[in-house]
Design a protein around this ligand. Structure first.
Ligand code: EPZ
Length: 430
């Protein structure tokens, strides 16, 4: 199994390209199921999750083709991939595929809207919490779907073969449930109103792509979406927006090492709250024509409390990375996780570097230490894994991060990007 070896101490300097967003790419790929025309996505990141979702889509009958890749291409640019669901050959998403990646459950929305029927395995829990799907099912029921659960599968049926518009009010903000109900509503008969919709930029990106495909959606980027159903959607070409979590991760890594890096292609507006917090810790954040520059000179890292929230708040997907930064602050910072109930698995691993963290329920109290010491570590989810890389970059001596398949799920060529900015980092294969 591959591992990452790194030796801490180098300041990150230079330029680091930001890839397309994983969490926008996945729902955009799934949207290809809504039309028999071709959907072409550009700026697609090279990630294991993208490959896995391709397998799932192929199983439903989607033709996937990688466009314009030259032999031996090594550039950092994104991929251009087209998805063509001329015919849906299977409306079942089996356990073996859905259990590998939770977002694959989202195919339920387009399959039901286009084919009038879908049978999708329940995704089950995952390392960060139980993650139920009740909002999805209630939302689809509000659009007229008849839903039953049988042998671990959700069986969904649109009476008469077509969903109808309805009113959906989510009790809590859910990114995935918003994606699914919005996609389903594009082909429903009549108008759908989604209240308390997620405002995450990836939801807006999907909505814009759906509009390019012919959907009628208003209220994009707000918490009320109105969708006027249409009879059919067409093809489109869409560029995936930059990854705000990757941006935040490398911004934190730069702050951690006291470096100076231009995050090329990054957009500040996609993570204003997190970058504002970073500025309060003593990091300079500047917008430049090519992206966002992050710099911290030798000054102390100030402790700043954060609480994770739905967008535009501080993202849960940056909580672990931020905690790694706070292990080196000049005081004590309180970090409160409000989105997922079990998202502190990195704490025990950060402790292996000598970090001083106390957890009580959803709160972690992090007291900075004068030095972290490299260690052998592993993590059970993507963002937790990268928090260990961040700690390792600032630690004395060697760090080995095990189980890096988590990193490969969501970080496009992480070690090459960090090495390009001066980090001593390599992948150990086998
Ligand atoms: C998306 O997950 C992201 N995944 C997650 O990123 C991210 O952490 C999360 O949104 C929050 O921002 C993708 O986009 C692929 P939710 P999602 O539904 O949609 C509860 C990463 O590392 N809930 O917004 O699954 C749920 O348990 C990943 O890239 C219900 O109770 O998250 C949670 O407490 C990890 N019932 C809260 O809502 C439901 O039916 C928000 O979850 C649905 C959700």
């Amino acid at each position: 199994m591959d591992r990452i070896r790194l030796v801490g101490g180098n300041r990150l300097r230079g330029e680091l390209p930001i890839s397309g967003a994983k969490n926008a790419t996945l729902p955009l790929m799934i949207a290809s199921l809504l039309t028999d025309q071709r959907l072409t996505l550009s700026n697609v990141p090279r990630l294991a999750d993208v490959v896995q979702l391709q397998r799932i889509l192929v199983n439903h009958g989607v033709g996937v083709s990688l466009e314009g890749r030259r032999r031996g291409e090594t550039g950092m640019g994104g991929q251009r991939i087209s998805f063509h669901a001329a015919d849906i050959v299977d409306t079942t998403a089996p356990y073996e595929l859905v259990s590998k990646m939770r977002a694959s459950f989202w195919v339920i929305g387009p399959l039901l809207a286009r084919e009038g029927v879908a049978r999708v395995s329940l995704p089950g829990g995952c390392a960060i919490g139980t993650r139920p799907v009740d909002f999805y099912l209630k939302g689809l029921e509000a659009l007229g779907a008849e839903i039953s659960i049988d042998a671990g599968y959700v069986q969904a049926l649109a009476p008469g073969g077509r969903l109808r518009g309805g009113l959906v009010r989510f009790p809590k903000v859910s990114v995935g449930a918003t994606h699914v109900v919005m996609m389903a509503a594009t082909l429903a008969q009549g108008q759908t109103r989604i209240e308390n919709a997620a405002r995450e930029p990836e939801v807006g990106d999907l909505a814009r792509c759906l509009v390019a495909m012919g959907a009628k959606i208003t209220g994009i980027d707000t918490d009320i979406l109105t969708i006027e159903g249409v009879d059919r959607l067409g093809g489109a070409t869409h560029e995936v927006l930059p990854d705000r979590i990757e941006t935040g991760t490398y911004a934190i890594a730069t702050a951690m090492t006291g470096g100076d890096v231009l995050l090329r292609g990054a957009r500040r507006d996609l993570l204003a709250t997190a970058l504002d917090v970073l500025a309060l810790t003593g990091t300079t954040i500047t917008e430049e024509p090519g992206g966002v520059r992050v710099a911290r000179n030798g000054n102390a890292i100030h402790p700043v409390d954060v609480e994770t929230e739905a967008f535009p708040g501080f993202p849960t997907d940056l909580q672990a990375q931020y905690m790694a930064l706070m292990t080196r602050s000049s005081g004590t910072a309180n970090i409160r996780e409000t989105i997922f109930e079990n998202r502190f698995m990195h704490v025990a691993e950060l402790a292996r570097f000598g970090a001083d963290i106390r957890v009580e329920g959803q709160n972690a109290s992090v007291t900075g230490v004068s030095e972290l010491i490299g260690a052998e570590v592993m993590a059970t989810d993507l963002r937790a894994s990268v928090s260990l890389v961040i700690a390792g970059l600032a630690a004395r001596g060697e760090t080995i991060v095990n189980r890096i398949y988590h990193l490969d799920r969501g970080f496009d060529r992480l070690e090459a990007k960090l090495a390009g900015c001066g980090a001593e980092i390599e992948r150990l294969t086998g």
